[in-house]
Design a protein around this ligand. Structure first.
Ligand code: GTP
Ligand code: MG
Length: 574
């Protein structure tokens, strides 16, 4: 969710030094293994094999339930970087078996520890003390964020500490370009980019744990509430370091859908009335926002942005390094998340292409963490999905088709909008499209280089261009609230930049200078080529007006940029 400019900068510094390493024992969850299998499967395998794998795929709700349950058995512990791992585990194991644990760095060392049973967690919390300081007072709110103190003699340094630390945030773009330059095919470059950028198992666990910690705060008022992540934290397109969008759900509290008897007596709760659903959401978020601000350990910079179209509370969760957006009554966004997740699971090419296009767009300032007239990651993802629906044969089905496959139990109407689509992945039959990722990337740029943005709207519901219903430079139909345009913030200048970059990137990918691997020649091995070239900074942003440039040669600037890179490289080697 992006609504305020000031917060990004404040969080950037917090996020910059995060590192994560894992020392877990026990296998990764079965579900994630499946996602992984999908991801690494080669492209163009036969449709039957794809279908078989898909049958074992878990729905987003299945994944969420599993993760949520793990998170509820977990604690987050701040510990000294010299903490001895063996002593640490021995100390904690007194309370019961540990299923999994890992350490990470975020302005200090933290450990996520998942116990096998909730009783162990309760026992551990029972033993924990309230800190006492002479010069400060404490808000006595007990949470599962703890600090490990050591009053004894100096601990034996953890020999492994630091060695296994892996960065939690993504590698800088320059490093990525160098890494991609060493790959042998564009296909490999694309899969390598996804590998580097996607959320790790540990990062996903941490996201659910933060939601669970937040839930403990909200539960003081609404014991039956849930807080679930949505957006890129769970839709399969999340990049390390992306924000944590959370959905506070108080709709599922028991009694809401209880059937009234036709006759006789019954009791109902007396409840305060509000003028609208929006007013309820605002007051709920306002109170929870205050609690987070006043009582939430590690939650800083709390901003209540209650007048936005989608009211939210924004804050930084320092121990995890996440920028958090807490929303409520946001069921349509939850459905969008579920839909994006489903599309990402259908064919591995979906995730690879989305990651690549998102990264490319960010490298060129097409998207930004600051709110404005930019294309958002969500819009960009919908554009990739639409493009994949337009292939011949289509790689993914339309949303209308997914609705037609739905069971009665899939029926979902939210605020009058039909959000129904199939939840059983095995019912979805894919057509046999075997296009390579390289081809698809080229075609994506070509497709949007020539798309009639002035007349047409993008609709993944229909999988076909629709006449634009309103004047807006870029019109992308909201998949569920179909009268809305998800890209209505985008101005003509930003759309022009996108189109110009698509043209330039398409052209570059067709040049032998760009698309020939440098592998095999040590001297040239780190000269950017293929996808690496496309991620290099460009000045296309300066293009004015809406003049279309079709199949023009790349700008002189890009040519000279390529030359200068070659020269720099030769200098380095000499
Ligand atoms: P990043 O945070 O940029 O990595 O991607 P994201 O997909 O999480 O986007 P964002 O945080 O902006 O939004 C979170 C989720 O809210 C998205 O995944 C969508 O499900 C939903 N969303 C965002 N923008 C819109 C919009 O304009 N319309 C609708 N209907 N949903 C949106
Ligand atoms: Mg997000």
């Amino acid at each position: 969710m992006r609504l305020s400019a000031s917060f990004g900068a404040a969080m950037a510094s917090t996020l910059a030094v995060c590192g994560l390493h894992m020392k877990g024992r026990g296998s990764l969850s079965k579900c994630l293994q499946k996602v992984d299998t999908f991801l690494h499967r080669t492209i163009g395998t036969n449709v039957v094999a794809v279908k078989e794998e898909r049958e074992g795929c878990k729905s987003l709700y299945g994944v969420q339930a599993e993760r949520q349950e793990q998170a509820e058995r977990s604690v987050l512990i701040s510990c000294h970087s010299r903490t001895n791992e063996k002593n640490f585990l021995k100390y904690l194991s007194r309370h019961g078996d540990i299923n999994k644990y890992f350490f990470y760095e975020s302005y200090g060392m933290y450990a996520v520890v998942e116990f096998a049973n909730r009783e162990s967690l309760a026992s551990l919390l029972e033993e924990a003390a309230i800190p006492s300081t002479s010069h400060e007072s404490m808000v006595p709110f007990k949470s599962r964020l703890l600090t490990l103190r050591n009053l004894g003699s100096a601990d034996v340094p953890n020999q492994q500490s630091g060695q296994q630390c892996q960065p939690q945030t993504t590698i800088p773009i320059n490093e990525l370009i160098q890494r991609l330059a060493r790959e042998e095919t564009i296909e490999q470059q694309i899969t390598s980019l996804t590998d580097v950028y996607q959320l790790t198992e540990e990062n996903s666990r941490l996201r659910f744990l933060v939601c669970s910690l937040l839930k403990d705060i909200a539960a003081a008022y609404f014991p039956e509430c849930t807080i679930n992540p949505f957006g890129s934290s769970v839709n399969g397109f999340g990049k390390l370091g992306c924000d944590l969008d959370m959905f506070l759900d108080v709709d599922d509290i028991s009694g809401r859908n209880a059937k009234m008897p036709k006759s006789g007596l019954w009791l109902e709760y007396q409840m305060k009335r509000a003028s609208s659903e929006r007013a309820v959401t605002q007051s709920l978020l306002s109170v929870i926002g205050d609690c987070v601000d006043q009582f939430g350990p590690g939650c800083v910079g709390v901003q209540k942005i209650l007048n936005a179209r989608c009211p939210l509370v924004r804050f930084a969760h320092q121990p995890s390094g996440f920028q958090c957006d807490l929303t409520a009554n946001n069921r349509v966004a939850m459905k969008s998340t579920e839909l994006l997740y489903l599309y990402g699971e259908l064919d591995p090419r979906v995730r690879h292409l989305v990651f690549t296009v998102r990264c490319w767009a960010r490298a060129h300032g097409i998207t930004s963490s600051i709110p404005g007239a930019w294309i958002t990651n969500f819009s960009l993802t919908v554009m990739v999905l639409f493009f994949l629906q337009r292939r011949s044969p289509p790689i993914i089905p339309t949303l209308d088709h997914l609705r037609d496959l739905a069971d009665p139990r899939d029926k979902s109407v939210i605020e009058g909008n039909d959000c129904t689509f199939v939840s059983d992945f095995s019912k979805i039959q894919l057509l046999s499209n075997t296009e390579t990722l390289e081809k698809l990337l080229c075609e994506f740029f070509e497709f949007y280089s020539t798309f009639a943005f002035n007349r047409m709207s993008i609709s993944i519901r229909k999988g076909k261009e629709q006449n634009k219903p309103e004047v807006a430079p870029l019109h992308i139909q909201n998949p569920f609230e179909t009268s809305l345009n998800v890209s209505k913030n985008v101005n003509a200048t930003q759309l022009d930049r996108f189109v110009a970059l698509c043209q330039e990137s398409s052209w570059l990918l067709q040049q032998s200078d760009t698309n020939t691997p440098r592998g095999g020649n040590a001297e040239k091995a780190t000269t950017p080529w293929g996808l690496a070239t496309l991620l290099m900074p460009s000045q296309v942003a300066g293009i004015k007006g809406r003049k279309k440039r079709r199949r023009e040669p790349a700008s002189e600037r890009i040519k000279s940029l390529l030359e200068s890179l070659k020269n720099t490289n030769q200098h380095k080697k000499s």
